[in-house]
Design a protein around this ligand. Structure first.
Ligand code: S3P
Length: 165
């Protein structure tokens, strides 16, 4: 992967974990998923971390993840939590791909079970507000914006081409 990391950003439900797994299948690079690493390290779910310690504590863990990846990780696929670009400079981790979907498309993809796991997706109106507030930052934080309303195969291929693999 040119020794750089491939960093996936995007709103909750935009398919970051799915695309990370497809990229892994295509090129065997390891996946580091910030939410999963934080959950494992804390031995708590994201929902429990927010409930017990608050969002600021969670964002601090995300910043530490970002610094760790920038300093220590190469040739990996980095799947980020949806809010990370609002609080950290994600470009320090590698080539950044914004998986862009319209809010309506996100709603179609997220089941009630999936939204229940996400403390910042408790109701449609506040999630839409958050989506609108964040859109510019996602665009500005990315080297490439990818239309995520395509097949997994097409998205993966587009990312791999841009990484020059
Ligand atoms: C968040 C997104 C979640 C998770 C946390 C906060 C956000 O990750 O990091 O619930 O602020 O958008 P996903 O994007 O994987 O849902």
């Amino acid at each position: 992967m040119n020794s750089t990391n491939c960093v996936l950003i995007g709103f909750m439900g935009s398919g970051k974990s799915t695309i990370a797994r497809a990229l892994h299948k295509a090129n065997s690079a390891l996946i580091l998923d910030s939410d999963s690493m934080i959950e494992n390290n804390e031995n708590l779910s994201i929902k429990e971390i927010f409930a017990h310690y608050g969002e600021t504590y969670f964002r601090d863990l995300e910043s530490k993840f970002c610094t760790f990846v920038a300093q220590n990780v190469r040739n990996a696929i980095i799947s980020t939590g949806g809010g990370m670009p609002m609080f950290c400079d994600v470009k320090v981790m590698g080539r950044v791909f914004f998986l862009h979907l319209e809010f309506e498309e996100i709603l179609e993809r997220l089941s009630a079970e999936e939204t229940a796991k996400r403390p910042l997706f408790q109701d449609k109106d506040s999630a839409f507000k958050l989506y609108q507030e964040r859109l510019k930052t996602y665009q500005n934080s990315a080297h490439y914006t990818i239309n995520a309303n395509q097949s997994i195969q097409m998205i993966t291929q587009e990312i791999l081409e841009k990484l020059c693999i």
